[in-house]
Design a protein around this ligand. Sequence first.
Ligand code: MG
Ligand code: ZN
Length: 227
Amino acid sequence: MSSIFNDVVKADEGEVFDIELNENLLEENRRLAEENKELLKKHGVMAIDIMGSIGAGKTSLIEELVKLLKKQYQIAVFKGDLTTTIDAEIIKRHGVKVVAINTGKECHLDANLVKKALQRLNLKELDLLLIENVGNLICPAEFPLGSEKRVVVISVSEGPYMVVKHPFIFMEADIVAINKIDLVAAMDVDLDQLKTDIKKINRKTKIVLTDCRRSVGIDKVVEALMV
Ligand code: MG
Ligand code: ZN
């Protein structure tokens, strides 16, 4: 996108003070993610990393997936949050095993925390592991957890530019769920433009429309996950 705005301070790579983005740490995270992936594969567990901003509907999507699939599959949920267990308790009401992962100050889950949490599960009995990442559209992209698929949940209430502003997370997405489609008219959002923006960043990602509060589109998410 070209712009006539030219009063911009641009950070050089590695210039922003941020210990997380040390390349060695990212490499170590990738190594642990591979270990997690191997372990899950060995036990036939499909793990899904669900990312998205705060309030986009990650927890609602997980609740809907649990409701739809729990009779058929043994499901566990990891719920990443800084310090709270609010979402973990909400999901637990559906009768599945939930492990809350509290990151303290960190705004993303990493493979090491997931590795620790995996020790709380009986992997032999498990089919599906849903991982709700910390609400954030930026750094979860850089920290694979060892999941088989990565889902990004966005909602039409986040405004028209959230995709173009956060390209890296969409590059990582196997599936993008555009949630709260019941609000499209009220929010004056151009759904086609949103889809075009996503496809421009990641041609291969599957886009699914959902209204999780009314259980709309959940079967389509499952379909996309199972391919
Ligand atoms: Mg949540
Ligand atoms: Zn972070």
